[in-house]
Design a protein around this ligand. Structure first.
Ligand SMILES: [Zn+2]
Length: 136
């Protein structure tokens, strides 16, 4: 049984490496950081893991993905995360090597490789984060 819900935990949205991801999410867009060498980094870093370059651009992606794996959390560790909830791991359609996590409330009926779509959870007036749900 879950404890009463607490205010959401807010991410740091003005970080040099990840700020553009949150800026895009706040306007309802999913972006990834792409290096000139073609490497897509997620989680974003200030340098490319492949070539070491610090030059990168943020590019929008469709928000379509494939479900790789999931697990349901039933033991509540923090009041901001009422249980049960399900953590999903998805692979982006345009960049299958890029994996992102998301959180779904409850114990949804999921199937490996099923299509997923991004949505943006509004945590505060100007703070949103990408989340994933079964494609409608
Ligand atoms: Zn690179």
């Amino acid at each position: 049984m879950s404890e009463p819900e607490a205010p959401p935990l807010l991410p740091v949205t003005d970080d040099h490496d990840t700020g553009p991801l949150f800026e895009a999410a706040a306007r309802g867009e999913l972006v990834v950081r792409v290096c000139a060498c073609g490497e897509v980094s997620h989680l974003p870093t200030s340098y490319c893991r492949r070539c070491g370059s610090s030059e990168g651009t943020w590019r929008p992606v469709s928000g379509r993905a494939t479900l790789l794996s999931w697990t349901t959390v039933t033991h509540q560790l923090h009041p901001a995360f009422p249980t049960p909830y399900t953590i999903v791991l998805v692979s982006l359609e345009e960049h299958p090597q890029v994996h992102m996590f998301g959180q779904l409330a409850g114990t949804p009926d999921l199937t490996a490789d099923q299509p997923m779509e991004v949505w943006f959870q509004q945590l505060a007036e100007d703070v949103a984060i990408p989340q994933w749900r079964p494609a409608g």
